[in-house]
Design a protein around this ligand. Structure first.
Ligand SMILES: [Zn+2]
Length: 470
């Protein structure tokens, strides 16, 4: 929902909101779970038995089609000519020679990337608001949209042994009710989808018992959403013994899942987490298999992990995820800089047997990469919080090269010993730095509702300087 529709929805009384969610869910269900959905899911499952060579051949063929289409887009036509490509350049060679596509270009020149004008009927334009205020426009053809919907069913839900027919609860970015709604219900139902949308914006201590009571009554088999929102519930549940109904699987997305967070969620719902990673631009999808490893779905996008010079990172080394979406021939995204940091697993084989490339981890946003005084890059601080169980939430902020601030929401019992341990852990993890610990009541989310575990405030100049010294 956007703009006016959302305003009308949020200002309606609860029964009207409930009716709108129900109708929307019914429309969506019919649209989503069509025959093509089931067929696409079956095809995804068949391809899971492919060899690495089969996937590579598939990607080369799709890339060829993408490049052919891209010649028709004004932006790519220009770039291809500047790069010296011809329509006969083999697609993989062409790809390796092309410059990277920035988020800025996508935001300001979305239409220049289109391969057809006027835009064909039935195209969906997905707008996502960035931090700058100019929304990014992603154009989806109906075929691509169907494809995008089938991926998580086949490669996330099915891997956990559940499907879209299982009862679900979703703790996502959606504004389910007004921010100033004082009392429950903070959830709305979509009977057609057997799904409840729960608000992540009302998870205050006084509301948590009502959320948990609702979860016990609704008994969802599948729990989905932002891991840090779910963690607020899980921590309260575990501390008080006021547990939700056990579920079959938890699906998390968009934020890092730390070890502690995973342990909390799995203990509260008594089932496993299957984390996934994707982007609204639909050029990248990775999800955890039964063995907890992140497999990339090669049909969605061709992934490169590149260092700052634009060269491929060796396995095990952090770099930026650069993705080429293989399905969107209407608005090709070729070598698109996702802004996310990840690394390939050194060991590319998995006991599950799937020959789909494996990521060791998805680290966070590349712009939040922190630096130690000796020049190492750090994006995850999980180990700093090891052994300190009296923290509800924490955010690590690098203020300068030698100074970090840990903002934290303390749980009962947080004491001087915990402070000392955090400082000690920071020393072991980062080196000789000053660590200030700031107790806060809450850690503000981004406008999208996402939790930000790490913030780097170093300027570009400071980072450049550091590299020269090291
Ligand atoms: Zn696997």
């Amino acid at each position: 929902m956007a703009g006016l529709t959302e305003t009308i929805y949020l200002n309606s009384p609860v029964p009207v909101q409930q009716m709108i969610v129900g109708m929307y869910g019914w429309w969506w269900y019919r649209r989503r779970f069509s025959r093509s959905f089931h067929q696409l899911v079956a095809e995804f499952k068949t391809r899971e038995r492919w060899s690495a060579e089969q996937f590579a051949d598939y990607q080369t063929e799709r890339l060829g089609q993408l490049m052919t289409a891209a010649w028709r887009a004004p932006h790519y036509h220009r770039v291809f000519e500047q790069t010296g490509l011809t329509p006969d350049t083999p697609p993989r060679i062409a790809l390796s020679q092309l410059p990277l596509l920035s988020k800025q270009t996508l935001r300001t020149q979305a239409r220049e990337l289109l391969t057809e004008s006027p835009v064909p009927r039935g195209v969906i334009i997905q707008k996502s608001s960035g931090t700058t205020g100019t929304p990014t426009e992603i154009y989806y053809t109906p075929e691509m949209h169907a494809f995008e919907l089938a991926v998580p069913e086949a490669r996330n839900l099915n891997w956990a042994g559940v499907n879209y027919r299982d009862r679900r609860v979703m703790f996502g970015a959606r504004k389910v009710c007004r921010f100033d709604q004082p009392s429950p219900p903070f959830w709305r139902f979509s009977p057609a989808e057997d799904l409840a949308y729960a608000s992540i914006y009302h998870l205050s201590p006084q509301n948590l018992p009502s959320y948990l009571a609702f979860l016990r009554e609704f008994k969802p088999s599948v729990v989905m959403g932002y891991p840090n929102a779910l963690n607020i519930l899980a921590q309260h549940a575990l501390a008080t013994g006021d547990l939700p109904a056990p579920a079959k699987a938890i699906f998390t997305t968009s934020e890092n899942v730390t070890e502690q967070l995973r342990a909390n969620l799995e203990a509260a719902w008594q089932c496993r987490i299957y984390d996934r990673y994707g982007a609204v631009e639909c050029c990248f999808f990775a999800s955890q298999c039964e063995h907890g490893r992140y497999h990339v779905s090669p049909e969605v996008g061709l992934i490169e992990i590149l260092d700052e010079a634009g060269l491929p990172c060796p396995h095990g080394v952090i770099g930026e995820v650069v993705a080429t979406g293989l399905q969107n021939t209407l608005q090709p995204l070729i070598r698109y800089r996702t802004g996310d940091a990840a690394r390939w697993a050194v060991n590319q084989s998995c006991p599950c047997g799937r020959q789909m490339p494996i990521l060791e981890s998805i680290e966070g946003r590349i712009e939040d990469l922190c630096y130690t005084p000796d020049g190492r890059q750090v994006l995850r601080f999980d180990t700093v919080f090891k052994g300190v169980s009296t923290i509800r939430e924490a955010q690590v902020v690098q203020e300068s090269l030698n100074r970090f601030v840990i903002k934290l929401v303390p749980a009962e019992g947080f004491n001087e010993e915990d402070r000392a341990r955090l400082r000690e852990n920071m020393k072991l993890h980062v080196g000789e730095v000053q660590t200030d610990i700031e107790l806060v009541e809450a850690i503000p989310r981004r406008s999208s509702g996402k939790f930000q575990a790490v913030v780097c405030k170093l300027s570009r100049e400071e980072i450049e300087q550091l590299k020269c010294v090291v």
